[in-house]
Ligand binder design. Structure first.
Ligand code: NDP
Ligand code: GDR
Length: 350
C-alpha cells in the first residue's frame, strides 16, 4: 500500500450522487482536501453533501465544489490544471440502465466518452495522478455468474456498452501512457442515499410509506432479476483502497450473494409487518428491452490483494433502508433523515 501520510487532494466527479457523497465523507475523514464537480441546475442538487459543506470563506474548509460537465472538455482541463489533484475518482455518469434505452446517445456521450475526456485532460496537462473509473457489473450483462475480473463481457444496455468503453479506455491509458488508472468493477450497492428510481430504494420507500398509510401500492417490473446487493459506504472504501495499492489493477467489489427483486420486496415489506404480494403491482414500463438476468460477483481478488471484505448483506441492508425511510417520514429532522451519515462506530470494510 502507498504509505504517504501527507494530506492529499482528491477530485470527485459525481460528488452529488450516492457514492460521491459517501466517498467525500470518507476522504474528508482521512484529512483529504476534496474538490467536487457539480452540474449547474435550476434547483439545488447538493442534498447528499449538505452536511459536509462549510462556507469556503471560513478557515479550514476542505470541501470545494466547482461547476462543470462531463461533456465540457475545456472546463475539465482548466479545473484539473487548477486543482492538480493527487487522486481523481470518476463517478459521474448517466447511471440508470432503463433510462439508457431512452437516451442511448446521451448515455454514450456522458457515461462513455466522459471518461476519455477526463483521461485526455489528465494526459494533456501531464498530471501525476491516480485515476479511479467507476466500472460496473452491467458490463458482464448476459455472461452467467459468478463474474470476476477475467469473465468475458457481454453488455445488454446502452449503459453497459458505455461503461465498457470507459473500462477499456481506462486500461488503455494505463497501458499506453503509463497512467496509474484502475477500474473498480462494482456490483450493485445501495443505501438510504440511493436514487429513488433504483429498485431497492423504490421498494424500501414504498414499504415505509405504505406501512404509514401514505400510499397503498408500488408498481415494479421484473421481479425475477437476481442481483448481488451490497452496502455503498463499504464500496467507496474499496475505491479508496484501489488507489492506495502499489500497482494499478482492476478489481471486482461484490458480496458474492444473490437475491431476486422479489426477495428484496419480501424483506422490506416483512420488516414493517406487511405481505408484499398485497402491495406490489406489475407495470411493464419498468421492463427493459433486454434484461440482465443474474449478476453475482466474486470479490476474492479484492479480499486477497486489498484486504477488502463486505460486511453488510441483503437482510440487514433492507432493514437499514426501510428504517431510514421510516425515520424520515416520522422524525422531526425530515430534511436530514433520508441521507444519514454512515452508522457511527460501525466498522466498514477492512
Ligand atoms: P448516481 O446516479 O447516484 O450519481 C451520478 C452522479 O453523476 C451525480 O452526481 C450526477 O450529478 C453526476 N452526473 C451525471 N451526469 C453528469 C454529467 N453529464 N456531468 C457531470 N456530472 C454528471 O450514481 P451512483 O452514485 O450510484 O454511482 C456512481 C458511479 O458508479 C456511476 O458512474 C455509476 O454508473 C457507477 N456504478 C454504480 C453502481 C451502484 O450500484 N450504485 C454499481 C456500479 C457502477 P447530478 O446530481 O447533477 O445528477
Ligand atoms: P441496475 O439497478 O439496473 O442493476 O443498475 P436497478 O435498481 O435499476 O434494477 C435492478 C433490477 O431490478 C429490476 N426492476 C426494477 N428496476 C427499477 N429501477 N425499477 C423498477 O420498478 C423495477 N422493477 C424491477 C430491473 O429490471 C433490474 O433487473 C444499477 C445502477 O446503479 C447502475 O448504475 C450500476 O452500474 C448497476 O446497478 C450495477
Amino acid at each position: 500500500m502507498n504509505s504517504s501520510t501527507s494530506p492529499k487532494t482528491a477530485f470527485i466527479t459525481g460528488i452529488t450522487g450516492q457514492d460521491g457523497s459517501y466517498l467525500a465523507e470518507l476522504l474528508l475523514s482521512k484529512g483529504y482536501e476534496v474538490h467536487g464537480l457539480i452540474r449547474r441546475a435550476s434547483t439545488f442538487t447538493t442534498d447528499r453533501i449538505e452536511h459536509l459543506y462549510r462556507d469556503p470563506h471560513e478557515p479550514g474548509a476542505k470541501l470545494h465544489l466547482h461547476y462543470g460537465e462531463l461533456t465540457d472538455s475545456s472546463r475539465l482541463i482548466s479545473l484539473l490544471s487548477e486543482i492538480a489533484p493527487d487522486e481523481v475518482y470518476h463517478l459521474a455518469a448517466q447511471s440508470h440502465v432503463r433510462v439508457s434505452f431512452d437516451e442511448p446517445e446521451f448515455t454514450a456521450n456522458t457515461t462513455g466518452v466522459g471518461t476519455v475526456r477526463l483521461l485526455e485532460a489528465i494526459r494533456m496537462i501531464g498530471l501525476d495522478v491516480r485515476f479511479y473509473q467507476a466500472s460496473s457489473s452491467e458490463m458482464f450483462g448476459a455472461t452467467p455468474p459468478p463474474q470476476h475480473e477475467e469473465t468475458p463481457f457481454s453488455p445488454r444496455s446502452p449503459y453497459g456498452v458505455s461503461k465498457l468503453f470507459g473500462y477499456w479506455t481506462t486500461r488503455n491509458y494505463r497501458e499506453a501512457h503509463g497512467l496509474y488508472a484502475v477500474n473498480g468493477i462494482l456490483f450493485n450497492h445501495e443505501s438510504p442515499r440511493r436514487g429513488e428510481t433504483f429498485v431497492t430504494r423504490k421498494i424500501a420507500r414504498a414499504a415505509a410509506r405504505i406501512a404509514l398509510g401514505h400510499e397503498r401500492h408500488v408498481y415494479l417490473g421484473n421481479l425475477d432479476a437476481v442481483r448481488d446487493w451490497g452496502f455503498a459506504p463499504e464500496y467507496v472504501e474499496g475505491m479508496w483502497r484501489m488507489l492506495q495499492a502499489d500497482e494499478p489493477d482492476d478489481y471486482v467489489l461484490a458480496t458474492g450473494t444473490a437475491h431476486t427483486v422479489e426477495d428484496f420486496a419480501r424483506l422490506c415489506f416483512g420488516h414493517v409487518g406487511l405481505d408484499w404480494t398485497r402491495h406490489v403491482r406489475f407495470d411493464e414500463r419498468y421492463l427493459r428491452p433486454t434484461e440482465v438476468d443474474a449478476l453475482i460477483g466474486d470479490p476474492s481478488k479484492a479480499a486477497r490483494e486489498l484486504g477488502w471484505r463486505p460486511r453488510t448483506f441483503v437482510p440487514e441492508l433492507a432493514r437499514i433502508m426501510v428504517d431510514a425511510e421510516l425515520s424520515h417520514l416520522q422524525g422531526p429532522t425530515a430534511d436530514v433523515a433520508p441521507f444519514p451519515t454512515p452508522y457511527p462506530g460501525r466498522p466498514i470494510a477492512g
